[in-house]
Design a protein around this ligand. Sequence first.
Ligand code: 13P
Ligand code: SF4
Length: 296
Amino acid sequence: MKDTIRDLLKKRNAILLAHNYEPPEIQELADMCGDSLELSIRAADTDAAVIVFCGVHFMAETAAILSPDKTVLIPRLDAGCPMADMITPEALKARLDVLPPMPVVTYVNSSAAVKALSTICCTSANAAKVVESLSEATLLMTPDRNLARNTAAQTDKTIHLWDGCCPIHDRLTPEDVEAARKAHPAALFLAHPECRPDVVAMADAALSTSGMMRFAAESDATEFIIGTEVGLLYPLQRNLPEKQFFPASEKLFCPDMKKITPQDILSCLETLSGRVTVPEAIRLPALSAVQKMINA
Ligand code: 13P
Ligand code: SF4
């Protein structure tokens, strides 16, 4: 099936992008794997006519925002992000009505309609840099309260929170980290900024998924406890076979990131199904927020 998919990708002038949490068989098929920021940048500057996005819906939507002339497909339209569903444009408008005027920094894990109401987007790789790029001292950060608190710890700015979170990363507790450290006393602990602040406070470094891969490659340490979705263990171990990686907890499993199968990719390429589009009235303001992030 791998050869059939690769042939079809060529025939369709398509590129296959996959998030670092996707299952091994999907990562092995992809032209590029990465974190949310790297995938957005790649989607913006590919020559391909078709982008097949193996990740969750907001990622494909971000590609559609950046590349309106390309056909953007997601092999499973039902692969969503529960955190992105924790904010709606209506709820954001209602919150902005009661706050004094301030910029809105929105995590890319959000719908295009929410991005369209935001000043600038951010990812876990650039949140502090994005916040510092604003001239205002007070801002609202949506929808991840953990990312907002963890970013607030790195800046003097006042950050108002939105009460959303990644239900997967939010499950990780300091007790889980203590248990993992006891089992692997020589290991460094890497946390994702979607983890709770008390967990991030225990970390040797807080990084995006690709940031963790770079850190592990450059570090002299040979053992790491990984405080993010367990899918990242596969590319870490593949790229660095001489090092050892342990999940901070087996609870860190995102079912949405495991929905797409090679068969889904094949069907999607055969019929060009699973198209993701964004109406121009939403796309243009959302593009401004995403583009500002890329340029920050
Ligand atoms: P990054 O790969 O950008 O760190 O994102 C993590 C995530 O949860 C994506 O849904
Ligand atoms: Fe959303 Fe969390 Fe799954 Fe990432 S890991 S897609 S933030 S639910």
